[in-house]
Design a protein around this ligand. Structure first.
Ligand SMILES: Nc1ncnc2c1ncn2[C@@H]1O[C@H](COP(=O)(O)OP(=O)(O)OP(=O)(O)O)[C@@H](O)[C@H]1O
Ligand SMILES: [Mg+2]
Length: 249
């Protein structure tokens, strides 16, 4: 099993949208067995993927119920519950140990891919998710100051790498990209210059059909409208690229 943390300290860059789509495409198109844990108290991934919830974060971090975690579905979601806010009061090592216990349980049940959605702040949830991950991928928005945010994120990841030497950076995935937006084009160019090895060869474009599928709790692959098919095709390409990088395709 491979564990992939999706993160960026900046809010609203498309982390949760990627988590949801990657989970759906990996399950439906690649027939992988997937688990998602929502470590964000906002609970957005939990809300969209509500039909696939098998446990909640309170069960994992406060109720000692990891042993009874049942991941028999194709997609298995551990949703965030109201007690997740208290995670900031628990020792990071303890949270990481709980996450490792979940990983063991999921591995025993033949889960291929474990995806961690993180909140937009450098707290215990984010740090512990990086301590237990094999891979980290950072969606980025191509707005003004995005380069500064990337530097901050990379510093944080490099610090964690001293504690988790197995952590591999998949890189920076431009998200919510508008081709006709001059700022986006300029920012993409700057980031390509600054981080040539880290910028992903694919982007996720800003498309209302993507936001609609997330808010309607549907899979975009089932939407036959032309614009949605284009978006689904792009998301499928991003999924293929990620799965290849983590040796699941
Ligand atoms: N490719 C896209 N096209 C159109 N809308 C998008 C796209 N990606 C994300 N959005 C929208 O942008 C908003 C923020 O996206 P999302 O929740 O995925 O970001 P996030 O990084 O998880 O945010 P947070 O940091 O608050 O957790 C949402 O309303 C979502 O529907
Ligand atoms: Mg989010």
């Amino acid at each position: 099993m491979k564990t992939l943390t999706i993160t960026n300290q900046k809010g609203g860059v498309g982390k949760t949208t990627l988590v949801i789509n990657l989970a759906q495409f990996a399950t439906i198109e690649h027939k992988h067995k997937v688990a998602v844990i929502d470590l964000d108290t906002q609970g957005n991934a939990s809300w969209t993927l509500a039909a696939d919830v098998v446990a909640n974060t309170g069960n994992i971090f406060f109720d000692n119920k990891i042993d009874s975690l049942n991941a028999s579905r194709d997609l298995n979601v551990i949703s965030s519950d109201y007690r997740l806010a208290n995670i900031e009061k628990i020792d990071v090592e303890q949270i990481a140990d709980n996450l490792k216990a979940i990983q063991k349980k999921l591995q025993e049940q033949n889960v291929d891919l474990f995806i961690i959605d993180t909140p937009p702040s450098m707290g215990n949830a984010l740090v512990s998710s990086l301590l237990v991950a094999d891979y980290v991928l950072c969606p980025i928005e191509l707005e003004a100051f995005s380069l500064q945010g990337v530097h901050k994120m990379r510093n944080a990841i490099n610090n964690i790498k001293t504690l988790n030497s197995d952590l591999t950076e998949l890189g920076l995935l431009p998200s919510r990209v508008e081709n006709r937006n001059a700022t986006h084009r300029r920012q993409l160019h700057e980031i390509q210059q600054s981080f040539p090895q880290l910028i992903c060869p694919y982007s996720i474009f800003n498309r209302s059909s993507i936001a609609d599928a997330v808010s309607e709790r549907t899979w975009i692959g089932n939407n036959k409208k032309t614009s949605a098919r284009k978006a689904a095709h792009e998301l499928s390409d991003v999924t293929n690229w990620i799965l290849q990088r983590i040796e699941l395709a």
